[in-house]
Ligand binder design. Structure first.
Ligand SMILES: [Zn+2]
Length: 156
């Protein structure tokens, strides 16, 4: 069975950024399972996998637009340290959920100064081309319930 819309797909994969650094991989873990055609995974990868059969390999480089989007300077903001009430010590690398007009947004602290904290709301992989390499492990028809929900359910 090959990969097509309304099918549940399992893949083993490895993702590298532009510098060849492995940013994610299914090695030593269960394969990634998703519902094809429902935007469960990034668009560029979904497109590249379309039509592949079980056991087939893939090797594709995806542009930022087809991955996690362009890096948006507007998502970088300076906020007063007072905004972090209840946090003992604000440090670089900490991740918080900020309430924005567009709903909750995950932001990462990128700089801490005397009374100002810089946060970045971009996805860590925004603005990066990503290379996906792997193999199709399994393809099956989705259940009616999975199609209704738009995501995969555990088979157990
Ligand atoms: Zn569900």
């Amino acid at each position: 069975m090959n990969i097509a819309e309304q099918r549940v797909v399992s893949i083993h994969y490895e993702v590298k950024d532009e510098d060849g650094v492995v940013v994610d991989s299914s090695e030593g873990r269960e394969p990634l399972v998703y519902l094809h055609g429902h935007k469960n995974i990034i668009p560029g990868l979904e497109k590249a996998l379309d039509g592949l059969d079980v056991g087939e390999a893939f090797d594709v480089t995806v542009t930022p637009e087809e991955a996690y989007g362009d890096y948006q300077d507007g998502l970088v903001q300076s906020v007063p340290k007072d905004a972090f009430q209840g946090v003992e010590k604000v440090e670089e690398g900490m991740v918080f959920t900020a309430q924005t007009q567009g709903g909750p947004l995950q932001v990462t602290v990128t700089q801490v100064e005397d009374d100002t904290v810089t946060v970045d709301g971009n996805h860590p992989l925004a603005g990066k081309s990503l290379s996906f390499k792997g193999e199709v492990a399994e393809v099956r028809e989705a259940t009616a319930e999975e199609l209704e929900h738009g995501h995969v359910h555990d088979e157990s």
